[in-house]
Design a protein around this ligand. Structure first.
Ligand code: PLP
Length: 451
């Protein structure tokens, strides 16, 4: 019989396989235990407080505890804790959530299909690309184009669409038929004297060349986040999406917009698609859909996709996709309550106002020698570090890397997210100006330490 470990440190290192974690280091130093949260703040098991600059994993959009959401979950669990959505079954919370999402979509959408995570939502969207073109008599039109440093999830299809080399390192791109084009990161990749528009045109040409080389009859879909999130918090350069969308239309390529980070106010509009005038055929969302408090995601599909499924339904039957927890009633109840709260607090106006203040604070760091780029939109911003402001060269020593700075933040009661040379800031959407001020006061102190 196993001896029960006498502390969370022993129990955790003995039993819990943590993803995205340096495992040898974890065994040596044990876990960092977060025990409770309130607003933008979390507390470790010793009661030490930390202000979280990235809403956990960009998802705790209403902070780290919410009694109202607990009540919504309780009420649903005591009324109907489970039912499924297959073979014509539904329940009020699932139907209500679908209705609301279709209503609030950035472009006319037809239906919402639910999953549990952003990865799964993107998997479904990719399956629907394959399904759609097959129904339309073009089964070879199945390649999906993603972007380098794009992140769409960790399941086999969503990680194949992603372009983060660290996520492909140990097993490559798991599925065939996934291609990647350059990331639209103007600061890092523009050439001497190249304007944002010219940079966008160069990237659009690259996309078009790839389509022509592969054969347009083989390219089924293109997937993009409005703002590259886990790839470095990079808003698109001017003219980028306009050119990309023209190309997608020219070659009849379906556009999947991944709103898993951007959706529900993060960009200062309800959707990143609205901020950048995107016209998706499918839109995936998760994270802030339930304020990170219940695992639920959705794919919205437009008439074009749904009508094709409908035509096919007459011949064969149904979209063959089974999901035990599709529109799980408890998660759907939490999401419905979250959408109520967003309406009540006018989440978009709030994100704009507090986000503008956050940008102002971030820009105050711009003159530091190690700060190369300060960028952002709405309530999302990033500070990219450099070893040389003129050449934009990476930092020379490891002590100054963003990861080290993020580590160091903890000593100042600040939880930061490092992405390569970049620190990303996306606090809960209901953070106050005081919360954001705390984040940047502490961040400034960390930069003082390393300079
Ligand atoms: N898409 C984007 C843009 C994301 O940032 C993420 C996660 O960070 C995902 C998809 C995957 O979502 P999940 O972790 O819920 O599977």
């Amino acid at each position: 019989m196993r001896i029960q470990a006498n502390s969370i440190y022993e129990a955790d290192t003995a039993s819990f396989l943590h993803p995205q974690t340096n495992l040898a280091q974890h065994l040596r130093q044990g876990p960092f235990v977060i025990e409770r949260g309130e607003g933008t703040w979390v507390y470790d098991e010793h009661g030490q407080s930390y202000v979280d600059a990235t809403s956990g994993l960009w998802c705790a959009s209403l902070g780290f505890s919410q009694e109202r959401l607990a009540r919504a979950a309780y009420d649903q669990m005591t009324r109907l804790g489970y039912y499924h959505s297959q073979a014509h079954y539904t329940h009020p919370m699932g139907t209500r959530l679908a209705e609301r999402l279709v209503e609030m979509a950035p472009v006319p959408m037809s239906k919402a299909l639910f999953q549990c995570s952003g990865s799964e939502a993107n998997d479904v969207a990719i399956k629907l690309v394959w399904h759609y073109h097959t129904i339309m008599g073009q089964p070879k039109k199945r390649k999906i184009i993603g972007r380098q440093m794009g992140y769409h999830g960790s399941t086999c299809a969503s990680i194949s669409a992603s372009g983060k080399p660290d996520m492909h390192r140990d097993f490559g791109v798991p599925l065939q038929d996934f291609l990647h084009v350059s990331m639209p990161h103007y600061y890092r990749f523009h050439e001497e004297g190249e304007s944002e528009e010219e940079f966008s045109a160069r990237l659009a040409d690259e996309l078009e060349n790839l389509i022509q080389t592969e054969g347009p009859e083989t390219i089924g879909g293109f997937i993009a986040e409005p703002v590259l999130g886990a790839g470095g918090a990079v808003p698109p350069p001017k003219g980028y999406f306009e050119r990309v969308q023209n190309i997608l239309r020219r070659y009849d390529i379906l556009f999947i917009v991944d709103e898993v980070i951007c959706g529900f106010g993060r960009t200062g509009e309800m959707w990143g698609a609205t901020t950048y005038d995107l016209k998706p055929d499918m839109l995936s969302c998760a994270k802030a859909l339930s304020a990170g408090m219940a695992p639920i995601s959705a794919v919205l599909v437009n008439d074009r996709i749904f009508d094709a499924l409908l035509v096919q339904a007459g011949r064969v039957g149904h979209f063959a996709h089974s999901a035990t927890y599709c529109a799980h009633p408890v998660a759907a109840a939490v999401a419905n309550e979250v959408l109520d709260i967003y309406e009540e607090i006018d989440v978009v106006a709030r994100a704009r106002e507090v986000g503008a203040y956050m940008m102002e604070l971030a820009n105050r760091e711009a003159e530091r020698p190690i700060v190369g780029d300060v960028r952002g939109v709405g309530m999302l911003c990033a500070i990219e570090l450099t070893g040389n402001k003129a050449t934009r060269a990476p930092l020379p020593d490891v002590e100054r890397t963003a990861e080290f700075i993020a580590e160091r933040g903890r000593a100042h009661g600040l939880l930061l997210r490092a992405i390569g040379p970049t620190l990303a800031f996306a606090p809960p959407l209901n953070s106050s100006k005081e919360d954001v001020n705390e984040i940047f006061t502490r961040f400034s102190r960390v930069l003082d330490d390393v300079e």
